[in-house]
Design a protein around this ligand. Structure first.
Ligand code: ZN
Length: 233
């Protein structure tokens, strides 16, 4: 497994602003990064702004620390400052050695009540981004697992690992422009049918051109015959 830094672009903020991790660039298994970036773009396109990453892959010392805090919380019933539900060390999908493909999101996804959170849980699976935190014994609305294989059929991402982020964006725009300008068969068929049956605006324009060419007084006939004489000489 290779951990890679999560980039910061218009769509995604890879540097954490969460307590205890402020200013730390977060990491993810490289195989899960394309799905995460596609999800961030979808989140942005849906109007929820830049997707924030509170935490990605988690170091083993930090897992030990979180577990200690969690145990202390269970023992004393008093939650220390940074204690959330913690997995048994090294079993979490956040684990930097075995998994590295869990993400705790910010951007208002942290609670059940926001539109951003509802959108993320509903549409995440289309990008291979699954909100498994809601199944924990203490619900974590912010915790998602990211698939390490590209998600087929999402229809939002052109898979090409050789492209940089700018190139991907350009390609996405080009595809979008093509889709916007494309005629559907149902749009074209009535025009062709009208032409076939001698009706419609295109037929009457063609008709006008043909009459103009054929009209001896228009000069078109002479011009054409001169031209034909010239090129066939
Ligand atoms: Zn988590």
């Amino acid at each position: 497994m290779t951990l890679v830094p999560i980039p910061t672009t218009e769509f995604i903020q890879g540097i954490s602003s969460a307590p205890g991790l402020v200013g730390v660039r977060q990491r993810i298994d490289s195989r899960a990064l394309p799905n995460l970036l596609a999800f961030a773009r979808g989140f942005h396109a849906a109007g929820y702004g830049q997707l924030e990453i509170n935490e990605g892959a988690r170091s083993r010392p930090r897992q030990d620390m979180l577990w200690d805090n969690w145990e202390a919380y269970l023992a004393r019933g008093k939650r220390p400052p940074v204690a959330a539900l913690a997995a048994v060390p090294y079993t979490s999908i956040h684990d930097e050695v075995e998994h590295g493909n869990a993400i705790d999101f910010g951007s208002g996804i942290g609670t059940s009540a926001t539109a951003a959170s509802v959108w993320a849980h509903k549409h995440g699976p289309e990008y291979g981004v699954r909100g498994t935190g809601v199944t924990f014994s203490v619900k974590e609305w912010w915790h998602f697992d990211i698939d390490k294989t590209s998600t087929a059929g999402s229809g939002t991402e052109i898979e090409d690992d050789d492209m940089n982020e700018d190139e991907r964006e350009l390609l996405r725009r080009a595809v979008k422009a093509g889709e916007d300008n494309a005629f559907t068969l149902s749009q074209i068929k009535p025009v062709i049918d009208a032409l076939n049956s001698g009706k419609g605006p295109i037929h009457s324009k063609l008709d006008k051109i043909l009459w103009t060419v054929a009209d001896p007084t228009s000069g078109m006939r002479k011009m054409l015959s001169d031209l034909i004489a010239k090129v066939t000489k």
